[in-house]
Design a protein around this ligand. Sequence first.
Ligand code: SP5
Ligand code: ZN
Length: 342
Amino acid sequence: MKIIYSDKHILHNPVYEYEDNIQSIYLEAPIRAEKIYTACSALNADVIQPHICSIDDLCRVHSHEYLSYLSSVYKKWITHGYPEEGVIPRDVVRKQNIENDIFEDVLKHTFDVSTPIVEGTYEASHGAASCARSGAHELKNGEKFVYALTRPPGHHAGIDYCAGYCYFNNAAIAAAYIINQTDTRVAILDIDYHHGNGTQELFYASDKVFFSSIHADTRFEYPGYSGEKDETGSGKGRGFTKNFPLPLHTTAANYRETVAHACESIAASHPSFLIVSLGVDTFIDDPLGTFELTIDDFALCGNTVREMNLPTLIVQEGGYNYTHIGDCVYAFLNSLTTEKHD
Ligand code: SP5
Ligand code: ZN
């Protein structure tokens, strides 16, 4: 197995996030990637630095306008006298009657108030996208299992917006690269606790990507829309999206069975490559999630993925229990190459 990692992620280190105007410490912190990195040193894997990906690699998925927004907005924001803690479109900080106000632009490209842009956000996000793109390159060149240790995560980001701790859609950038290089079908299995709304949207009308997501029902959880069973794709992409929304507090047994169903649907789409958006916020003690997976359950889910016998790129999404995040990711990755039984 190869692991792709860049320490550029530490440049993205916002202090606060908000929910209903209540401030809290930013959960999606550098310690997450550091803990995962340390835990993964017990795997028999080569750790490699990514090649920095090109604008073209990013723009198979995102708009040029969004790239230029993301790289320039922080400086404009503070020049306009907005809070230095980061670009967050909160009504309470909005200034009235200032010339060329940046706020409208921010609203246009920001989906929520848990996605601050700070000085290093672009560089860190570019680093994460590069890990995913390099991972895709390794896969295309014949590697069986590659893990892209991406931070910030990506699956909530869309063509021209950041959302839910995500700025560039790393998994989508990897998928688009593989399709560009091989013209074959890619499947994406998204097992983060939250629905991968960005990834779904980016490939909704495509028959080159089969997207399947297992997540907490968005009537009760972020992102608050999408991820319903009846969202199955449009146009040529009809039948190439499959969602498995689950109730709050879903048990491990029910979850594992759902993973098996999602994998069956993926196999039926006959992909040449698999990308797993791996969020471990499904862990029983995750501060955001309500599902009940133990560390062993991640190994069992990894086994189901291993049985698909596809070249597989794992891209890191969420997971916020700093004590166990490394164990959860390690268990999943280790089980891809080592069989584990109930
Ligand atoms: C990639 C991913 O898992 N994104 C999740 C985004 C969830 N964003 C909204 C959560 C807001 C929760 N605020 C938490 C405060 C805890 N002190
Ligand atoms: Zn999540």
